[in-house]
Design a protein around this ligand. Sequence first.
Ligand code: MG
Length: 389
Amino acid sequence: MTITALIVAAGRGTRSGENLPKQYVPYKGQAILAHTVQCFLQHKDIDNVVVVINSKDEALYTAAMVGLGAPDFVHGGETRQASVLTGLEYLAEGRAPDKVLIHDAARPFVSKEVISRVIAGLDDAEAVLPIVPLSDTIKRIDGLTVDATIDRDNLGAAQTPQGFRFDTILKLHRQSTNAATDDAAIAERAGVAVHVVDGDLANIKITGPADFALLRLREVASGELRTGTGFDVHRVGEGSSVILCGVDIPHTGSLMGHSDADVALHALTDALLGAIGEGDIGRHFPPSDPQWAGANSRLFVDHAMSLVKARGGTINNVDMTIICEAPKIAPHAPALIRSVASMLGIDEDRVSIKATTTEQLGVTGDGGGIATQALVTMTLPAGRPEKQI
Ligand code: MG
């Protein structure tokens, strides 16, 4: 007994509101399609997984399947039905299984139990459909008014995977001329009894913006909280202003350093890098490198943020303490907060900037230096790092 999963991933997903075909949108650092494929690769009874993709998506597909043993793929057709037939014909060329499970790429939460129930159902049937009960009361609509309330006891919503004896569904798809939105409908129309098994309410189909919003919530809820700290000190020398958080503040001296010596942004950069285990500012921007002479320190923050974004990270909050006797920071704090919030692309209420002195003691106490301590918290998606696609 051989069993193949045929994953239909050739659609363009134009209703998703995302800028990629929906099956390639990342969730927890992997394309939705990769999650779906893994559900079947990890099932002990599935012998083979074949994915029907759109010919325009081959690069996306290859990137999405990294680490998954490069499952076979075949280019689909213009419609879902044409794509399924292409997949079935591909299997018919010397790869024919006894049973085939046809599954939507956009259902990444299918459970082992649902897959097992569909497979087991095929022992006694030629076609098996997982069904979930309807929880909403169902109305028939005539224009803008309700025509009738439908008794929902005999109704169910069809999910996938839909299971078939391979020879049966191949023959039916070859003969089918009417468009169908699922494969069970093709069997029903041909008079083949379609047995139902319990589906799973968690086995949702990712379709529109509301589904993607739910995915983002799940991602954050299952994400990993990271923290990073940074500390930096710069000497005050000749000059008439200091740059803190990218804001020029009048003073009786200026901060000395290789770049613009923005001690606050240096501490912030180290905190960002620290939260993702990316070393420190000196590793990314060696002070020995002449190209960073006089550099605007915003460049360092932007680079650290690009690394955070590449990991799918979201900044939760930033808390900074500027340590100096002078200048007075409090009057400038709102401008500093605005500047940092805009650099990180977060709301101002997620940024705190405080100041303290060291009671005229130590490095900063005689006005000879300004120090900054920064703390950042962020959420990284669970799972492996986001791939570049
Ligand atoms: Mg520094």
